[in-house]
Ligand binder design. Sequence first.
Ligand code: GRF
Length: 212
Amino acid sequence: MKKIVILISGVGSNMRALLEARLPCTIAAVISNRADAEGLRTAQQHGIATAVVSHQDFSDRESFDASLAQTIDGYRPDFVVLAGFMRILTPDFVNRYVGKLVNIHPSLLPAYTGMHTHARVLQDGVKIHGCTVHFVTADLDHGPIIIQAAIPVLPGDTEHTLAARLLDQEHRVYPQAIRWLCQDQIELDHHGHVNLRFPKQVGYALISPGLE
Ligand code: GRF
């Protein structure tokens, strides 16, 4: 059975979705860069080992990332799963886990990389928003895309309502992506694109606002 380690910084609702999804893998540990991350308590309630590597204890990103990598490697994971982990990782760290490091980002990448995606989507008047699970590369919020979910932006949406509706979909697609990874159902082709060994495509459109 494959082993994963989950990295968080805060609430950890995606982490919780992963813990509750009965994934075909061992969740070896949840690691946070903040001792006060709410998700650490959730993990402990689920009987999962936790660890804290505080970025405040290090003078630069390189030494923090080296210590984080050492803690991660102690669990010998097959995959390292970023679930609301709010630190930018150095190329050295990312390159150490090529093909093993995955992230969820609250936008339809490659649109809206970086922070405050919901606010920027609203500001731009975009009609469809979404989230993306992707392999992490040294290029921030890029990297081969595993799965995406799209949602309509509704009239009257605020940053808060949009984030909450998107989070519901994040909680569906992240466990699916990790399940595929742990079951070896994901292939990276020579273009650097992710293919599923057994694709199930539905092929319908999300149109927003809806047609009459
Ligand atoms: C999510 O929106 C995720 O896409 C982003 O950070 C947020 C984490 O939320 N990377 P949570 O800690 O999983 O509740």
